[in-house]
Unconditional design. Structure first.
Length: 292
């Protein structure tokens, strides 16, 4: 029996498209982008292809967050025929949209539960699936929030980049480091462990970067997530920015390295892509919930 009492809301950072949202029975708020001062909505008035084209043209791109009015209107509509809403925004360490949603939720007398579980992209998508699983199992909105937040550190992402240009542009690395990196063909490997994007390692070229990421993921599964992995609770994921062919190869490589693990792959959310540029590859893992 479907539980229609609780609605699940997330944002387009989860990689869940509007079409997939319909199939899953969830609501996806599109992330807004300003490109040369003009407003676009991810997945609605802005496709991945258009975004990368603008990025390449050095357009002035800034990320924003869903407007408070849109968020509240979405909740109000859902609460007309649901008792509660579970809202899963992108990691609070990467955007203010979580904090905003949290403040707005106070107006709804405990009927809206904003989950701050530090997820983004493919790991955020897993949280949405987890929420649906928990609701199906009869959990309340408050319980779903509590369980997802308790498990917020049970995920890990590694990303390698094609270019240092956007890290430089965003002031995340100095121009000198970017110039040297380009000359040496250095490919940084970044990580997201919860809150923010951090440096993890430097590789000479993408081939070495991929090796570093695979090794890091193997370590995580062997040590950090050992118990969950034994129980088959870890979900492996891949992601990319605008380079589908290369990404398909990457996915095959991961399937070979991690036999028996099913791998879900999505384009990385544009909110992350605008900081790292086209041609990135990522591997991620997140634990799925256990339902008693």
């Amino acid at each position: 029996m479907e539980n229609t009492k609780i609605a699940v809301v997330t944002d387009s950072n989860s990689g869940i498209t509007q079409q997939q949202a319909k199939e899953l029975g969830v609501t996806v708020l599109p992330m807004p982008f300003y490109i040369n001062e003009q407003l676009f909505l991810e997945g609605i008035t802005l496709t991945q292809e258009e975004f990368y084209k603008k990025l390449e043209e050095d357009a002035n791109i800034s990320t924003s967050q869903p407007s408070p009015a849109d968020v509240m209107e979405t909740w109000e509509k859902l609460l007309a025929d649901h008792e509660e809403v579970v809202h899963i925004p992108m990691s609070s360490g990467l955007s203010n949209s979580c904090q905003t949603a949290f403040v707005l939720s106070r107006e709804f007398n405990g009927r809206v539960h904003v989950v701050d579980n530090q997820r983004i992209s493919v790991t955020q998508r897993q949280s949405v699936l987890d929420a649906l699983t928990l609701i199906q199992a009869g959990k309340t909105g408050a319980q779903v929030k509590e369980i997802l937040e308790a498990e917020k550190s049970e995920s890990s992402i590694y990303i390698t980049l094609e270019t240092l240009k956007y890290l430089k542009k965003g002031g995340r690395i100095t121009p000198a480091a970017a110039a040297l990196g380009t000359v040496l063909k250095l490919k940084p490997v970044l990580q997201i462990q919860g809150e923010k994007l951090d440096a993890f390692a430097k590789a000479r070229g993408k081939k070495q970067a991929k090796k570093i990421m695979i090794k890091a993921m193997e370590e995580d599964l062997k040590k950090r997530f050992k118990e969950y992995n034994k129980k088959g609770l870890m979900c492996l994921e891949a992601a990319y920015t605008g380079n589908l062919e290369e990404a398909e190869e990457w996915k095959k490589e991961l399937e070979k390295e991690f036999p028996g693990m099913e791998i879900h792959m999505d384009p990385l959310s544009l909110s992350v892509a605008c900081h790292i540029g086209q041609g990135a590859l990522a591997v991620a893992v997140s634990k799925k919930v256990e339902v008693e």
